[in-house]
Ligand binder design. Structure first.
Ligand code: FES
Ligand code: FE2
Length: 369
């Protein structure tokens, strides 16, 4: 595993890490791949994840699978070939592969030539699960054959929602290393500057916030609270909305708002494409029927919001080229510090073959935004 040089973490002081290394990804975790509805039966779609080319497909039976997008014969990406809902065919010499990666046909072989050799040929396959309208892929260190699939933890679950309540899907590629996109997700202090919009925050209002946080299985949760008075968008929900925001490794935020009997889940997943490209996906689920009438407007606002986060990353890229030292200051940056601690502990637990011990303890954070 590539070592990630996480900055030393001080809980009490501001500090200046020498650099945040832009290298390496956490393994043995579920990563968000794509919304299930982007893959119809008999279709396939190439997607790079963690610097590897994957080919996702959906069989005629509706099962989702993922295999390495490289033909083992001469290295042609299989995504240039075809898929009939049963087998993927390479465009160069027509070798065929099943959804489990096994080679099923080599057309150039004549009768009597070894089918035995063919049976040993396989493309790497990846463990996929489709839950709540999301295709998850387990990015392990070891090949699939070396894993005990039955003992894997399930992919992350979103609270209360089902696939048919998925209303808005948006994806943007951020030209940065994954960590910068993750920190943007859990950085409460950029709101009044980056997300300056009449519909989100009137004028330049900024308030002191006091929030209680606690650990969850793979991260931390901002415990249930009433949304801040200055976020108008939430008022549309009606009732007395209460929100809980969970952050989990490898990089996802689950924002769960309940208002009366209704639920809104705003899920953001950060998936590394490569070391300098990161895909940020935003999926919004709700159960409130009248919100559906507002879907085009909400989609527009959600996209504008994500676009603002992307723009700041584009600007940041100019500075990061010079590899400056970066700072994480006090409670406003506490969640970013926690992210680095979580990553470090995940790597240590994997390297030592022991269970993950969440280093976060319950505490209150205070900041102005
Ligand atoms: S390169 Fe794929 S079949 Fe030859
Ligand atoms: Fe943001």
């Amino acid at each position: 595993m590539t070592n990630i040089d996480s900055p030393a973490i001080s809980e009490t002081q501001a500090y200046v890490p020498s650099a945040i290394a832009d290298a390496g990804f956490l393994r043995n975790l579920w990563y968000f791949a794509l919304p299930g509805r982007e893959l119809a039966k008999g279709q396939f779609k190439p997607l790079w994840l963690l610097g590897e080319p994957l080919l996702f497909g959906r069989t005629n039976e509706g099962e989702v699978f993922a295999i390495h997008d490289i033909c083992p014969h001469r290295g042609i990406p299989l995504s240039y070939g075809s898929f009939d809902g049963r087998e993927v065919e390479c465009c160069y010499h027509g070798w065929r592969f099943g959804p489990d990666g096994r080679c099923t046909a080599i057309p150039s072989l004549v009768d009597g030539q070894s089918q035995l050799a063919r049976e040993k040929i396989r493309v790497r396959s990846y463990i996929c699960r489709e839950v709540q309208g999301i295709v998850w892929v387990y990015m392990s260190e070891k090949p699939r054959a070396a894993l005990d699939e039955a003992s894997l933890p399930p992919p992350p679950a979103l609270p209360e929602v089902t696939a048919d309540q998925l209303q808005i899907v948006d994806t943007l590629d951020f030209p940065c290393y994954m960590d910068h996109a993750v920190i943007g997700l859990i950085d409460p202090a950029h709101g009044p500057y980056v997300h300056k919009s009449w519909w989100w925050r009137p004028g330049s209002s900024s308030y002191e916030k006091t929030k209680r946080f606690g650990p969850n299985d793979l991260g931390f949760t901002m415990l249930r609270h009433k949304p801040s008075k200055n976020s108008r968008a939430y008022k549309l929900l009606g009732g007395a909305p209460e929100t809980e925001i969970a952050f989990r490794l490898p990089g996802m935020r689950i924002d769960h708002t309940k208002a009366g009997k209704h639920t809104l889940v705003n899920f953001t997943a950060v998936t590394p494409v490569s070391e300098n490209m990161t895909r940020v996906s935003n999926l919004i689920y709700w159960t409130t029927p009248w919100l559906t009438a507002l879907k085009p407007i909400l989609r527009h606002f959600a996209h504008a919001f994500l676009q603002q986060d992307r723009e700041i990353v584009m600007i940041q890229r100019e500075g990061l080229k010079l590899r400056p030292s970066l700072m994480l200051i006090d409670d406003a940056d506490r969640q970013a510090k926690w992210f680095y601690r979580l990553k470090k502990e995940w790597q240590a637990s994997q390297a030592e073959g022991r269970p993950f011990a969440n280093p976060i303890t319950e505490r209150t954070l205070r900041w102005k935004s």
